[in-house]
Ligand binder design. Structure first.
Ligand SMILES: Cc1cc2nc3c(=O)[nH]c(=O)nc-3n(C[C@H](O)[C@H](O)[C@H](O)COP(=O)(O)OP(=O)(O)OC[C@H]3O[C@@H](n4cnc5c(N)ncnc54)[C@H](O)[C@@H]3O)c2cc1C
Length: 456
């Protein structure tokens, strides 16, 4: 049987690029097809943060961590999952994945020590210095170019080619028409279904009304193709939301502003919940309370967030407004000044330990808020879904009986995630890219090994 390529990678985000590099480096011939006119997908929109438990960068910084602690952290917020083995596997390979990124892919990443972010009890996020996923994708693309791996943009896969119950490539649509590419192994790296409103309504109804803030490509193709070949699905109700997308700027208001002690109020000037649920878990709460919410924080918090490039861009575009008093601050967005003043006073008293916060918030960040103040109007967003094809520890797609579907692999948003069974509370920072890069790398390696074994 003639094949055009050993490994066909569908999708050129972090998962696909990692898979292609890993398969190539293990001796396989590889081709990547990407349906949009440029690579990167959601990965280039992300902040590029990837967690690792016990990386050498953590050890150098004196941070003690291990995969078991990471599993405890992830399950502490996820509570339930369809696939505990996957959570454990991701934690176990997280450090080697980040070290591979830095050593082999030559990604310019550092350990973040300034904050831990949602779901992590220890500083374990590693990210580009700029906190831009675009930089990570650029580094991936340089590694792809260095290896002469062909990457065809504007080539979307319509369907998988299936023979005798196994996958043998894909049908590709480009401006030149339709063509079949036959491959010994096919890796699905097409992300999830957050851009498909019907699938979101079906599987993640609680966030169905929120705007989608990810890349255009996430139409759930892996789920649609997977169903046809009998793949099992897992964790389909899980997703990552973001509670504070600056409006109308469309960029993220850094969650540092809230984590370090800021609050969110509604149009009535009042808080509506415990913001320390995190940027993902709190998105649904923001969606339920009204059209807009307003983040309020102070100079001390601003100075910490100012270390992040994207935050300062938002500031420079006028997305964050400053006032010396709360009355003036409220006036920027027609909020009731008395309500805002009373709300911040009550919050500050809770932060100072005078009484319990009425929403149960116990982490008040740096301190009670004090003048000068800042405000930013925000809306909640859906970033990506966390459910997908069930895979084994080497990213092989499994059928309903737990058997690998021959020659088919999946990772990243195409595969089931590690963020719990349903909802957004189980999303820990970096879960998206960890499963993209770790599963992509494992898929590429395993695909190449299977090919080498079959040829031997
Ligand atoms: C604003 C934002 C911030 C985020 N920040 C973080 C973060 O800091 N850390 C983290 O871990 N996660 C973060 N995430 C989530 C993270 O970006 C995703 O989980 C991750 O990028 C998924 O990687 P992927 O390779 O699976 O998908 P993608 O990067 O989206 O790549 C999938 C690619 O497949 C292509 N494709 C789709 N269908 C087809 C088809 N039929 N044929 C060919 N190509 C196809 C798409 O066009 C796309 O280019 C963030 C997400 C957003 C939106």
């Amino acid at each position: 049987m003639a094949f055009d390529v050993d490994v066909l990678v569908i999708g050129a985000g972090a998962c696909g690029l990692a898979a292609a590099i890993a398969a190539h480096d293990e001796g396989a011939s590889v081709a990547i097809v990407e349906k949009l006119d440029r690579p990167g997908g959601n990965s280039s929109l992300s902040t590029g943060s990837v967690p690792a438990a016990n990386s050498r960068f953590q050890r150098e910084a004196g941070i003690v961590d291990d995969p078991a602690t990471m599993v405890r952290d992830l399950m502490g917020i996820a509570k339930e999952t369809d696939d505990l083995a996957l959570v454990k596997r991701m934690a176990e390979v997280s450090a080697e994945t980040v070290e591979w990124l830095i050593d082999t892919v030559e990604a310019r990443m550092v350990l973040i020590t300034a904050y831990k972010h949602i779901g992590h009890s220890i500083q374990r996020l590693h990210a580009p210095v700029s906190r831009r996923g675009l930089d990570l994708v650029d580094d991936f693309l340089k590694a792809i170019e260095k290896r002469d791996i062909p990457l065809a943009v504007g080539n979307g896969v319509d369907d998988l080619l299936v023979e005798d119950g196994g996958v043998v490539g894909a049908r590709i649509q480009s401006t030149e028409g339709t063509s079949d590419v036959r491959a010994r192994k096919t890796i699905l790296a097409v992300n999830g279904f957050a851009a498909d409103p019907d699938l979101v309504k079906q599987h993640c109804p609680e966030i169905a009304g929120a705007q989608y803030f990810g890349a255009r490509g996430s139409h759930g193709d892996a789920v649609k193709w997977g169903r046809k070949v009998g793949a099992a699905l897992a964790n389909m109700g899980a997703y990552q939301g973001y509670a504070a997308v600056a409006y109308p700027h469309g960029s993220l208001l850094s969650w540092t502003t809230i984590e370090k002690g800021g609050v969110l109020v509604g149009q009535n000037g009042k808080r509506f919940g415990d913001e320390s649920l995190g940027y993902s878990g709190y998105a649904r709460v923001v969606l339920e309370q009204g059209e807009f919410a307003y983040a309020i924080f102070d100079q001390t918090i601003f100075d910490v967030a100012a270390l992040e490039e994207e935050f300062m861009e938002l500031v420079n575009y006028g997305g964050v407004k400053k006032a010396d008093d709360l009355q003036t601050l409220a006036g920027f967005f027609d909020l009731d000044p008395q309500a805002v003043t009373a709300e911040i006073a009550a919050y500050n008293e809770a932060a100072e330990g005078k009484h319990a916060d009425r929403f149960g918030r116990t982490n008040f960040g740096l301190a009670a808020l004090k003048a000068p103040y800042y405000i930013c109007r925000v809306v909640p967003g859906l970033f990506h879904t966390q459910g997908g094809l069930k895979v084994d520890g080497d990213a092989r797609v499994l059928d309903q009986q737990g058997h690998a579907i021959p020659n088919l692999f999946a990772g990243g948003g195409a595969a089931a995630g590690i963020s719990g069974k349903a909802g957004a509370l189980g999303y820990a920072s970096g879960n998206g890219l960890l499963t993209a890069i770790a599963l992509g790398r494992l898929a590429g390696r395993a695909a190449a090994h299977e090919i080498a074994q079959a040829k031997a």
